[in-house]
Design a protein around this ligand. Structure first.
Ligand SMILES: [Zn+2]
Length: 189
């Protein structure tokens, strides 16, 4: 049962042999890892702890970032962060973060796939960086700033505040940042 590395939920020791230390929890006589990291057994104290493996991120909560949507499920939009907005400070290219559906829009939405599509460029706010990068687009200035047509993949244009594909002659919906027109070309008849 002894292991050196553990992920949250991994069984790491029997509760009768060790006491649960930081980074662990005990349920029905079994000690589990609560965080991802390296497992340390203290034989003198008979405790087990999991030292959290800190992801090195140069981002911090409150940073405004720009990234590309790499995938969308019902509950999450995954985003590869490309840059810190405003400062132009580059971050580790493609640092992976996620926007939970509850943090997606100031309006209630039950499905992230209705708001974002893979390939969209979004501006987001960093909520937390550890143990995972969590982002929010829940403010009017956050959301899609540039998007491609879901059908032909051409860059969508701004037609009277709505995203429009002039090739397919169709309108698409996104959770838009209020200044998306700065980044999205204007549609001309
Ligand atoms: Zn199109």
């Amino acid at each position: 049962m002894k292991r050196e590395l553990a992920l949250p939920g991994d069984r790491i020791a029997a509760g009768e042999e060790y006491m649960p230390g930081p980074g662990t929890y005990e349920t029905e006589g079994v000690i589990y890892a609560a965080v991802a990291g390296s497992v340390k057994f203290d034989e003198a104290e008979k405790t087990v702890t999991v030292l959290e493996a800190r992801r090195v991120s140069r981002l911090k909560p409150g940073d405004m970032v720009v990234g590309e949507v790499t995938g969308v499920s019902n509950s999450l939009a995954n985003i590869a962060v490309c840059a810190v907005d405003g400062i132009g400070r580059q971050v580790g290219a493609g640092e992976a973060g996620a926007v939970h559906v509850s943090k997606l829009s100031e309006n209630y939405t039950e499905d992230a796939r209705k708001e974002y599509r893979t390939g969209d460029i979004v501006r987001a706010l960093v909520l937390q960086v550890s143990p995972s990068l969590q982002l929010s687009t829940r403010e009017p200035n956050l959301g899609v700033i540039k998007a491609r047509c879901g059908k032909c993949r051409n860059t969508l244009k701004n037609r009277s505040g709505k995203l429009y594909c002039s090739d397919c002659e169709r309108q698409e919906y996104r959770k838009l940042a209020d200044d998306f027109a700065r980044f999205t070309p204007e549609y001309r008849e």
